[in-house]
Design a binder for this molecule. Structure first.
Ligand code: KIV
Ligand code: NA
Length: 279
């Protein structure tokens, strides 16, 4: 099976076939995501929250992203992989931006990168696309700018905000982005953006009319996550409880000596008993 590519993704939008995207951060999560048939894997800098235990995505580095992207690649050889450019790695010189992108593509072996922002990053998007690397945009709630936004707020609530988001989406399309993530955008505005551009929109907390959906691995599976319940998340399995129960059974059996049992041990032949304890 071949991974999807950006030409097919655009055709899926035209044909009305939704794109399914899930984050993954390491070999086992990538293996499971690929086996389950996701269209796209995002190595999100949300790994800062759900894997590394930070409060925000700001501390995540290019080194972190390279390390995790390489692990994901080993687990999902046949899935299109997008790696997040971390905080402040695409706002300086084009040289610096391209250096980070090159590391994600060469060392991480991603197929594409994702960048947060609107008009202010369009020059960086064009430079990366000109280097032959597909770029996924990301507008609406952009967690790397949480300190400017003043919290994790819903975007696109009024007419002015709606127009700003539509303008950003059009600018990203013109800059060469192959798609756009819409995060925490009102359903009406996400629908309007999806109509206004010919590249696929992939929503998270952006309603029913996006061209695809993305969720965070740990949210979908209730795998230990530092967050409270989120309205836009649907939990499809409670893996966190299964893991906790499994580990506590292991601890209990070690303590009461029911593990290891006879079937788990290796035995020597009789000569050993003779030599150890005498005949
Ligand atoms: O880092 C991430 O997981 C993301 C998605 C929420 C789109 O950027
Ligand atoms: Na991200």
């Amino acid at each position: 099976k071949h991974p999807l590519n950006i030409i097919k993704m655009k055709k899926m939008k035209t044909d009305g076939v939704p794109l399914s995207m899930l984050t993954a951060y390491d070999y086992p999560s990538a293996l499971l995501a690929e086996e389950a048939g996701v269209d796209l894997i995002l190595v999100g800098d949300s790994l800062g929250n759900v894997v590394l235990g930070y409060d925000t995505t700001l501390p995540v580095t290019i080194d972190d992203m390279v390390y995790h992207t390489r692990s994901v690649k080993r687990g999902a050889q046949n899935t299109f992989i997008i790696a997040d450019m971390p905080f402040m790695t695409y706002h300086g010189s084009v040289d610096e931006t391209l250096r980070g992108v090159r590391r994600l593509m060469q060392e991480g072996q991603a197929h594409a990168v994702k960048m947060e922002g609107g008009l202010e990053i369009c020059a960086a998007v064009s430079a990366v696309v000109a280097a032959g690397v597909p770029v996924l945009g990301h507008i609406g709630l952009t967690p790397q700018s949480v300190n400017m936004i003043g919290g994790y707020r819903i975007q696109g609530k009024d007419a002015k905000d709606a127009q700003r988001l539509i303008d950003e989406a059009k600018a990203l399309e013109a800059a060469g982005a192959f798609g756009i993530v819409l995060e925490l955008v009102t359903e009406e505005v996400a629908a309007a953006i999806s109509k206004a551009v010919s590249i696929p929109t992939i929503g998270i907390g952006a309603g029913r009319y996006c061209d695809g959906q993305v969720l965070v691995f740990h949210d979908v599976l209730r795998y230990a996550s530092p967050y409270r319940e989120k309205r836009f998340v649907k939990t499809y399995a409670d893996v966190g409880s299964l893991i906790r129960e499994g580990i506590s059974s292991y601890v209990r059996e070690v303590k009461d000596r029911s593990f290891p049992a006879e079937e788990h041990v290796f035995n020597a032949d009789e000569t050993v008993l003779e030599s150890l304890y005498g005949g």
